[in-house]
Design a protein around this ligand. Structure first.
Ligand code: IVH
Length: 680
């Protein structure tokens, strides 16, 4: 055999890589069943990219590297459809009776005798997205167009290429020309995730998956489309060349699937109206559980020859019908907006609605998420609003019905005081959430605050768990933290699942918790952004609670790792009179926490200003213990080795951190070395 030239070798390798990448993209996107790890896919992908960069002539339009194009278009070019993209007639009766009406029409048009056997139908889902035509020439995707007015659509090839589920090259022996028709849609989980991201960024949320998918496909910048997770189902064909399709619609879809196109598995071949009705009822019952929105089902006469005999009626085929389901969006009255205070203090505006039947249930409340989202939706009390409930997703208000308001209605405002406890409502800079600053004082937050207070790393009150806190709060025995110390054995023993023994144990644990440190108490108060480390730093710097309570922002900022957000949060907490009162009462109950009150003198800080990194297993110290010892001596423990690291403490089986320490010339200690440093 003649040795291959360098160029031919490169061309052969590129072709092999393309074939492999096409196969793996199909396994990944269409079947959700990858055969190789992502990293291996990336490696093949980069090899192809490098080959194409070195030999630009090898870059074919069907190359997987061409999925994202850089250029932004000025407008979408019109595309005339070779065969018009028709719509389907909709059966008006949304009950199962609609199936019977369609079957009756078909039998009449086909002039079937009353005793002729039932007609065979292909029954499918009616996907709620955007119709697309995909033109494959010799197996390569050359054009993707929207439906437009049915005669002329828009060229959206650049965007469609970014959809991983759509093959750039067909599998198997591809016909000369195959125009595939189907629906681009967005899955519900993808839509939910996208909106969560938007909300977190304080950006506009999308109304529903259909509009989002349609908007994404019609973008001028393919990078925008690529950032919106889209999916595709093929449901038919348009123009064909060099291919005789199989005799039935269902076999035609099987053939498309064999070419690597995504075809929905939720489809059946059924007989007569009874078969259609059964399919309709079955899908309607499972509608919520589907991973994407549908607005009904579609029935098609299965035998293509019969489809031809039935033909068209202006813009709709006589052989197909859409049988719709009840809507997932309905209009109703926004009767009021109320605030809900969550367990973490977040204030959520909730819409009270005139009850409306939508997506299979009666909806009378819907979350408005936060003030900014409410404002973006532009809804005011008294408006007629559109409510959406799709799948088992919680109902949402997507916007208001067009039209002017008859009267002036003021815009909703966040109150200055928490509706539950009257504490100040605050919003941190850059956050979209309003919060009650009441913390442990606010009934809505009380249970959470008590559990946090009792936590092992806070006041360490053993036995004060979920169930008990529920009983104490719901029974009105505990309103604020100091109430805990007023509980007596008889009250406790009377509670469910509380014997005399457990009651006594809890009282002992409460008593024990009175002797604590300022750091633990500060952490236990549950001040937002004050974690264990910050609490320790504050305690070390100020030593007495009063000093922290009265510290200004400037002083607080002097503490290591305390920035403006943390400082403000501490200020807000102690500015609330009831929080101060809680602390007074704790003191009165005998809770001793100031450094000067505590039995032990202030610990020396031999490691102050030193940063440590721990790696491997120490023979006589758990990682937590080593960390606690270092921090108690004033040192800091960091997660990774850098130039700022003073010591790396290495035990058995150390990781790459040890190598890094050697590389940077940082001192390495074993356990004995660490203990020597800790000794005062
Ligand atoms: S067949 C000639 N099948 O419904 C029939 N259409 O009015 C051509 N649609 O926007 C359409 N699911 O995109 C067909 N399984 C399905 C469908 C489906 C959704 C959409 C289609 C078009 C509308 C038809």
């Amino acid at each position: 055999m003649r040795p291959m030239s360098k160029d031919r070798e490169a061309a052969a390798r590129a072709a092999a890589l393309r074939a492999q990448l096409h196969h793996h993209a199909w396994r990944y996107y269409v079947h959700d069943a990858p055969e190789i790890p992502d990293a291996e896919y990336d490696r093949l992908f980069r090899e192809l990219q490098a080959l194409e960069a070195a030999h630009p002539g090898l870059r074919t339009p069907d190359s997987p590297t061409q999925r994202v194009l850089g250029s932004v278009l000025e407008g979408l070019a019109p595309v005339r459809h070779a065969l018009p993209m028709l719509s389907i007639q909709t059966e008006t009766d949304t009950g199962p009776g609609g199936a019977e009406a369609f079957d009756t029409r078909v039998r009449r048009e086909l002039e079937l005798a009353a005793d002729a056997p039932p007609v065979e139908y292909a029954a499918e889902l009616k996907f709620d997205g955007l119709a697309i035509s995909l033109r494959y020439e010799a197996g390569v995707l050359v054009l993707a167009a929207t439906r437009g007015d049915g005669e002329t659509g828009e060229d959206v090839t650049h965007n469609i290429r970014t959809i991983g589920q759509i093959p750039l090259r067909l599998q198997g022996r591809a016909p000369k020309l195959l125009e595939v028709r189907g629906e681009v849609y967005m899955r519900r989980d993808a839509f939910r995730r996208l909106n969560e991201q938007q909300r977190a960024r304080g950006a506009r949320t999308f109304v529903n998956p259909r509009n989002t998918a349609a908007g994404a496909v019609r973008q001028l910048d393919p990078a925008v489309t690529a950032a919106r997770p889209l999916s595709f189902f093929a449901y038919g064909v348009g123009e064909l060349g060099g291919w005789t399709p199989p005799p039935t619609h269902s076999a035609l879809l099987d053939a498309l699937a064999a070419h690597g196109l995504p075809v929905c598995a939720e489809r059946s071949v059924v007989h007569g109206w009874a078969g259609l009705m059964h399919f309709h009822d079955d899908v309607a019952a499972r509608r919520d559980a589907l991973p994407f929105d549908i607005d009904g089902v579609v029935y098609k006469v299965n035998v293509l020859e019969l489809q031809q005999r039935l033909g068209f009626k202006t813009r709709e085929p006589r052989w197909a019908v859409a049988h719709k389901f009840p809507a997932e969006e309905e209009a109703t009255l926004l009767a009021g907006i109320e605030l809900q205070v969550g367990r973490t203090g977040k204030l959520t505006p909730v819409a009270r609605l005139e009850p409306v039947f939508v997506g299979g249930t009666t909806v009378s409340n819907a979350t408005l998420h936060n003030l900014f989202e409410l404002r973006r939706k532009g809804v005011r009390v008294g408006d007629r609003v559109i409510v959406r409930r799709a799948g088992d997703v919680i109902p949402e208000i997507v916007g208001r019905m067009p039209g002017a308001r008859a009267h002036y209605v003021p815009n909703f405002r966040m109150p200055r005081a928490c509706p539950v406890c009257g504490s100040a409502v605050v919003r941190e800079r850059g956050s979209v959430e309003h919060r009650c600053s009441g913390g442990l004082y606010c009934a809505a937050q009380r249970k959470q605050a008590l559990l946090h207070y009792a936590g092992r790393r806070a006041m360490d009150i053993e036995g004060l768990g979920d169930k008990l806190v529920d009983q104490l709060v719901d029974g009105g025995l505990v309103r604020t933290l100091p109430d805990l110390y007023g509980l007596d054995a008889a009250q406790l023993a009377a509670l469910e699942r509380m014997g005399e023994r457990s009651a006594a144990n809890l009282l002992a644990a409460l008593e024990h918790s009175k002797h604590t440190t300022l750091a633990r108490l500060l952490y236990a108060l549950g001040i937002r952004h004050v974690g264990e480390a910050t609490a320790r730093d504050l305690a070390r710097r100020f030593r007495r609670l009063d000093a922290i309570m009265n510290a200004g922002v400037e002083q607080l900022l002097e503490v290591p790792d305390v920035g403006p957000v943390v400082a403000q949060s501490i200020r807000t907490f102690f500015a609330q009179p009831h929080n101060r009162e809680v602390l007074e009462r704790l003191r009165a109950c005998g809770v001793a926490f100031d450094e000067a009150d505590a039995a032990a003198p202030a610990a020396p800080a031999p490691l102050a200003g030193r940063t440590f990194v721990l790696t491997g297993t120490l023979p006589g110290l758990a990682r937590d213990e080593a960390k606690a010892l270092i921090e108690a001596a004033g040192g800091k423990v960091a997660g990774s080795v850098s130039k700022k690291t003073d010591y790396v403490v290495a035990g058995g089986e150390p990781g790459s951190k040890l190598a890094k320490a050697h590389e940077l010339g940082i001192a390495v200690l074993d356990e004995a070395g660490l203990r020597a440093l800790l000794a005062p």
